[in-house]
Design a protein around this ligand. Sequence first.
Ligand code: GLC
Length: 548
Amino acid sequence: MNPKQNLLWWQRGVIYQIYPRSFKDTTGNGVGDLQGVIEKLDYLNDGSPGLTTGGTEASLGVDAIWLSPIFPSPMADFGYDVADYCDVEPLFGDLATFDQLVAEAHRRGIKIIIDYVPNHSSDQHPWFIESRSSRDNPKRDWYIWRDPRPDGSPPNNWGSYFGGPAWTLDEATGQYYLHQFVKEQPELNWRNPEVRAAMMDVLRFWLERGVDGFRVDVVGLLIKDAELRDNPPNLDADPNLPPNDLAGRQLQVYNQDQDEVHEIIRAFRRLLDEYEDRCGIGEIWFELPRWVKYYGENDDGLHLPFNFRLLRQPWQAQAMRRSVDELEAALPAFAWPNYVLGSHDSPRLASRFGGQAQARLAAMMLLTLRGTPTLYYGDELGMENGVIPPEKIQDPQGVNLGAERTRDVCRTPMQWDEGPDAGFSAVEPWLPVSADYATRNVAVQSADPTSMLNLYRRLLWYRRRSPALYGGDYQPLDAGDADVFVYLRTAGDERRLIALNFTADHRRISVPGEDTGQIVISTHLDREERVSLSDLELRPHEGVIVEL
Ligand code: GLC
């Protein structure tokens, strides 16, 4: 064990993101719910020691689940438009079901992380209803209202990430309000102390209910330029952007990532620190130098600003290595790395990286790098982008910016078995089940010793028992072939070598200074053998973990 680390759960653990609408429907309305999550907890981690040697493990073995928003919502952005921060959406259950979920998860040693959406509420939130009711309503300043420009146009040029201007005119009061997503998501004014206090109370409400952490939605957007200046044009913008993609044609300079946001994040952190062992995660897409500031300067920021950098890399060993090495170099000593390869906002990783073979290699990379991995539901089956007929598109990004931008493709129902609707629901689900469900599902893959699911299980359980993997140092190696990403993970005497072949060819590597080692997991799940490290052959798309 690495003596320098006394690791916390969010450092050594693995997070699993659940998109509640799509996980498991127990009420027969085509939408997943909290009871469904409870029923499937054993799939995620049954809490038993489960440490069999090799072969299949009884459950996946994740340590925490992050639930995308579960709060009352008109669903203009599928829960990211919150109408009440302190309750549960009836489609998903109620507070009692939530409490039961927390208790059942904790009984199995699973932590619960919930989404916190502080940048904007729903336009149906009572705060906004009041705010828009008149210019002198006490809650007017809880949102961002401005007069039109003299010609009647919006107060500045900002575009919404979901298309069109980021401002909507409220005819009755003659002012515009700001929304950088759909117009049903008005942005709260975090420069107003009453808003801050009310939103801190929301965190307290859930902390008192026993949640272990928050994933803070678009946290970098909370504070905008005090003068709301126009954004400059993005001269490199893709000329083929849809005409209404105004945001894509601008550099996001004044609408986000203002230095004052860190003061708010420090306040979040102080609150979390009043409780034991809680974790703050943030959704932050900025480039490294700006991104890293979200850890704070003195371990007083977010524990884990989500790191999406790998997800944007091309499928090349050196691109991945560079991304990892730049991250490692940028982190302050106190900061713990993390990696995300899939989410409810991105194409499925199996589709993005080229197929199932690549997805297997990606799984090994994600689960063996230094830092906390976040898995996205269904990626453990190799779920691919769903095919959504145009008339079934639900996601506002797809509705407004074109079918190829719809995030519905990565939100299709979890594929449990070969029964109707993949065992997700007894009725037609809110999004179509993927066509491959009869062969790609939990039941079929559980029975197949070399399936993607069993690869994930093997990797997770191996990682859990390996201090080098969950807590050790990371060192990249040059092993004679730039298309193979090779690194060492070390904790005390325990040394593990990982070699990932990013090509569709056989490749040979030579690991300097090493003689032989024991392959314990191959992504193909078909070899465990002693090998020479001066001349190690990897098959197409093969990755291996080698005990040294
Ligand atoms: C975040 C969420 C995304 C949502 C947006 C607005 O990016 O991950 O799903 O649409 O914020 O809340």
